[in-house]
Design a binder for this molecule. Structure first.
Ligand SMILES: *Cc1c(COP(=O)(O)O)cnc(C)c1O
Length: 303
């Protein structure tokens, strides 16, 4: 595969907070120049499988600012696949140029099909998939968010032996695929904490389906009102974090997780002398799209 992982050292942040030994950030956002973070991990074995099956086209689903759509478009281009993105929101069809995620995906050759929010709910129905095959011919299907068995296999490679001494592994959660991979490769003595980026308890069940151990916990206090919801406090946190530590965070996943970790450190939730590893899952491409929305709302931008 042309799609190769760069080896990135963990970036250590040692906080002067009593009782915390160290907080380390694993910069998965830096493993590839465009296919960043966990979306790379999730695509890796799917692309290998698609090649094995001699597929020439990848088809997947996502929202207008989806990290997964962008990653699939970029990875598909690098690996020589045609890519089709089925996008939630039919009103977007003539707004591609105003949307940084979609215009980048388009520049990678991705072809779009825009569907209504209601049709999008039925995207996993056999009938709907059959209709897509009629329209586009044969394809390798990757689910929304990229989560399937092969994606989890890829995410099992995020943690390595070098990470075995951490007491806590923190990771943001969307569909639950990434945390499932991390749980599977964590040591039984390690506690995996998932920071939910969305409202709702259904995630626990989704994670349980794929997780082979039960040393994990879903933290649901830091979704800021729901998926891609944001407020002044979070914007200020993300901007300050970048200024002080030089590490950019995205507003949908890693910003909320890091806010949660710092809040939990301050509240003394972690055990004494805890060694904490936070996985920076990437998603920085989403900042541009979020800033368009913040500007419309006359809120400060993410720097
Ligand atoms: C998609 C995404 C997640 C969530 O991953 P899941 O496997 O869906 O739980 C977390 N962080 C970033 C940056 C993402 O793009």
């Amino acid at each position: 595969m042309k799609l190769n992982i760069k080896n990135i050292d963990n970036t250590k942040l040692v906080f002067n907070i009593e009782g915390i030994k160290c907080l380390t950030i694993k910069r998965e956002d830096l493993i590839h120049s465009v296919v960043s973070g966990n979306k790379f991990r999730k695509l890796k074995y799917n692309l290998i499988q698609a090649k094995k099956e001699n597929k020439i086209t990848l088809l997947t689903f996502g929202g207008a600012y989806s990290n997964h759509i962008m990653a699939t478009a970029a990875a598909g281009k690098l690996e020589g696949f045609k890519t089709i993105g089925v996008i939630r929101g039919e009103e977007l069809f003539n707004k591609i140029e105003n949307n940084p995620t979609l215009s980048y995906a388009k520049s990678c050759g991705m072809q779009f099909k825009f569907i209504s929010r209601n049709d999008f709910k039925h995207k996993n129905d056999i009938k709907f998939i059959e209709a897509l095959k009629q329209e586009f011919g044969d394809f390798y299907l990757i689910p929304e968010g990229g989560t399937n068995k092969l994606a989890i296999k890829g995410c099992e490679e995020i943690l390595t032996e070098a990470d075995k001494d951490f007491d806590y592994i923190c990771v943001p959660v969307g569909t639950g695929g990434t945390i499932a991979g991390i749980i599977n490769s964590a040591k039984p003595s390690q506690q995996v904490l998932g920071f939910s980026a969305l409202k709702g308890d259904f995630l626990k069940e989704d994670i349980s389906k794929f997780a082979k151990q039960d040393n994990w916990q879903l933290i649901t206090d830091y979704h800021f009102g729901g998926y891609a919801k944001i407020n002044m406090e979070l914007i200020t946190f993300i901007n300050t974090f970048k200024n002080v530590h030089g590490i950019p965070l995205d507003p949908v996943y890693t910003g909320k997780m890091m806010f949660g970790i710092i809040d939990m450190i301050n509240k003394g939730v972690f055990k004494k002398n805890a060694k904490i590893l936070a996985i920076h899952t990437g998603g920085l491409q989403g900042i541009q799209g979020m800033n368009i929305r913040l500007k419309q709302k006359q809120l400060p931008l993410i720097q």
